[in-house]
Design a protein around this ligand. Structure first.
Ligand code: CTP
Ligand code: MG
Length: 241
């Protein structure tokens, strides 16, 4: 087997505040997880999918995946997720022993176009060890004083310097790795956890892996707050998507 897709879908979606865990919240009548899987499977390049789901929703995740995969020749497995995202990815990774390349894709980035998956895979197949889709930063970015957001007597918080945004990138998923690199990255994180790590490329970089950026896509936004869900519903009305 060449390419496996790992989908962390075990989060609770606290910031979205919906009645169900986020990956199972409907968007245009289908769960976010279905949309996320569909965009990946439509590439025709995914041989196996492993989903990390909340314990109580394993059967439901398997049904959603079967529907999203449809006629594509793609194996599906669902494993119980963990308390944090890295743990959920590690649990899914443990279920794919034989893939050459692994894509890790958040269920929350449900409208990621197939072309983004393909760009990541192309770079992996050209020899990169770790690949992430990136976008430029459009806002000015400042740091907070002492990293703490110290309150001021004028209200608000004290800000420190501006960062050069031309040197910054926003990082999306899918993030692609050789299976070997991702396995070693999670083994290191398990032995010596990095509390600041928010993605798999950050864990791989700790091993010394070079992380390559390829163009991401604004429609691969992460559904975090209710506004994101409204934006996603508008994007789905676009017949080009
Ligand atoms: N995730 C996971 N296991 C966890 C936490 C998160 O598999 N223990 C997954 C989520 O389901 C999501 C992705 O990781 O697809 C990115 O996480 P995030 O957007 O933070 O989702 P939630 O953790 O569900 O949301 P919140 O932080 O608002 O609770
Ligand atoms: Mg979270």
């Amino acid at each position: 087997m060449r390419t496996a897709l790992l989908v962390p879908a075990a989060g609770s979606g606290t910031r979205l505040g919906a009645a169900r865990p986020k990956a199972f919240v409907p968007l245009a009548g289908r769960p976010l997880l279905w949309h996320a899987l569909r965009g990946a499977v439509r590439t025709g390049a995914v041989d196996a999918v492993v989903i990390a789901a909340p314990d109580a929703l394993i059967g439901e995740a398997a049904r959603i995946a079967a529907e999203a995969v449809g006629e594509h020749p793609c194996a599906v497995e669902v494993v119980p997720g963990a308390d944090d995202r890295a743990g959920s990815v590690a649990a899914a990774l443990a279920a794919v022993p034989s893939a050459e390349h692994v894509l890790v894709h958040d269920a929350a980035r449900c409208l990621t176009p197939p072309a983004v998956h393909l760009r990541v895979l192309r770079a992996l197949r050209a020899g990169a060890e770790a690949v992430v889709p990136v976008l430029p930063v459009t806002d000015t970015v400042r740091t907070v004083e002492a990293g703490l957001g110290t309150p001021t007597s004028a209200g608000g918080e004290l800000l420190a310097g501006s960062l050069d945004r031309s040197a910054l990138r926003r990082v999306q998923t899918p993030q692609g790795f050789s299976r070997e690199v991702l396995f070693r990255a999670h083994a290191l994180h398990h032995e010596d956890p990095d509390p600041a790590a928010t993605d798999d490329a950050g864990l791989a970089a700790r091993l010394g892996a070079q992380v390559v950026g390829v163009p991401g896509d604004e429609s691969a936004l992460k559904i975090t707050y209710p506004l994101d869900l409204r934006i996603a519903a508008l994007l789905l009305e676009d017949p080009q998507l």
